[in-house]
Write a protein that binds this ligand. Structure first.
Ligand code: MG
Length: 385
């Protein structure tokens, strides 16, 4: 094993992916944390700063940054804030790789800046590719940086592609658990509560993505993400429901061969793989036991009752700002649902409404993407009343 020694910037360090990234770092003593960034969690950040001694920490919310600065005044770590601070964190000179684990479209600008500064990207922020894949992928190529997916499905596809060529892909078989409400009709989902939607059968994840899994928006975003990561057509991305979450995704090649990646559902595997790629290292945890494994089952996705998945394909095929409209409408609707202001079905309905109200723009630049996001937020604010 070569000694990898990586200097890492964790953007979104207090969330689910961020804390699991730090757990991976804890278990690999040649990984060094140079930068941490979070939205507003001062207490969690203070603990992380004391444990990992980063050179720079960014707290997005200004008043939280002021509090953190006081709390860690006795340390060597500098504190920055706001989008400017987040960009400084993303570009930090000594870091080799940025783990982009922020939730939402806030992740786009820092990811672009990290690429421009030549950092490899361990990509955990779906919104970046969903809304700006046409900007990000050519930019990464231009700067010679690797984009290594952290999402379990995309990591699986990435792993299946080892030693193969993307041109030889016939079809991506993107697996989905189907979420907690698989098998229910739309009517049966009308009164679903926040608490019910937050119970995912297999994966322990952050709140936003858990709701996205329940509506299957998450799978829709992953379809759009896969289109850019693996440069493939939407017709060649097939969602396969696999409720045990043991197959993390598969590729069917031109010759008909199907290669799958399996494992117990544990995000630390794709996170560690993104940091050690192309090497593999020991990772503590359960293993799949084929002697006791009863079965792995498969279903076709239900795009009628889970219309968000169908709309994601539509938005993806339309391209332009439509994926941004899809994503921004969902972001706002999920936050309203989590605040118990709207019902479960309103999430999907909001996306449909927003997509019907916005005129598409081809090949949008970053400003048009961010303007569309704002426009959709305003549109939905009046829609919710
Ligand atoms: Mg996933």
């Amino acid at each position: 094993m070569s000694d990898i020694k990586k200097r890492i910037a964790v953007l979104g360090s207090t969330g689910s992916i961020g804390t699991q990234t730090l757990e991976v770092v804890r278990n690999n003593n040649d990984f060094i944390i140079d930068v941490l960034a979070a939205y507003s969690s001062v207490e969690a950040l203070e603990k992380q700063v004391r444990e990992f001694s980063p050179r720079l920490v960014c707290v997005y919310k200004e008043e939280a940054a002021v509090r953190l600065k006081e709390a860690i005044a006795d340390t060597e770590t500098s504190v920055v804030t706001g989008m400017e601070g987040l960009i400084e964190a993303a570009r930090f000179d000594t870091a080799d790789i940025a783990v982009t684990a922020m939730v939402g479209m806030i992740g786009i600008r820092p990811t672009i800046e990290a690429i421009k500064a030549g950092k490899d990207i361990a990509l955990a922020n779906k919104e970046t590719l969903v809304t700006a894949g046409h900007i990000i992928m050519p930019l990464a190529k231009e700067h010679g940086v690797k984009i290594i997916p952290v999402d379990s499905e995309h990591s699986a596809i990435f792993q299946c592609l080892n030693g193969e060529h993307t041109e030889e892909i016939d079809k991506i078989l993107l697996t989905a658990s189907g979420g907690p409400f698989r098998g229910k009709t739309r009517e049966q989902m009308r009164d679903i509560t926040v608490e019910q939607a937050l119970k995912h059968p297999n994966w322990a994840m952050g709140k936003k993505i858990t709701i996205d899994s329940a509506t299957m928006v998450n799978k829709g975003l992953e379809v759009m993400e896969a289109r850019w990561l693996f440069n493939t057509d939407f017709d060649n991305i097939q969602v396969v429901v696999q409720p045990q979450s043991l197959i993390h995704s598969m590729i069917q090649f031109k010759d008909g061969a199907i290669v799958a990646q399996l494992g117990t559902p544990d995000m630390k595997l794709p996170i560690q793989y993104a940091l050690t790629y192309p090497e593999r290292r020991y990772l503590k945890g359960d293993r799949v036991d084929f002697n006791t494994l009863a079965r792995i089952t498969f279903f076709a996705p239900d795009m009628e009752n889970f219309a968000a998945l169908r709309m994601a394909y539509e938005a993806g095929r339309m391209g332009g700002v439509m994926p941004t409209v899809f994503n921004a409408a969902n972001e706002m609707a999920v936050s309203r649902f989590l605040d118990k202001k709207i019902g479960f079905l309103d999430i999907t309905d909001s996306i449909q409404y927003a997509m019907s109200m916005v005129k598409n723009t081809d090949n949008p630049d970053l400003k048009e993407i961010l303007d569309t996001e704002q426009y959709v937020y305003e549109l939905l604010l009046s829609y919710f009343g």
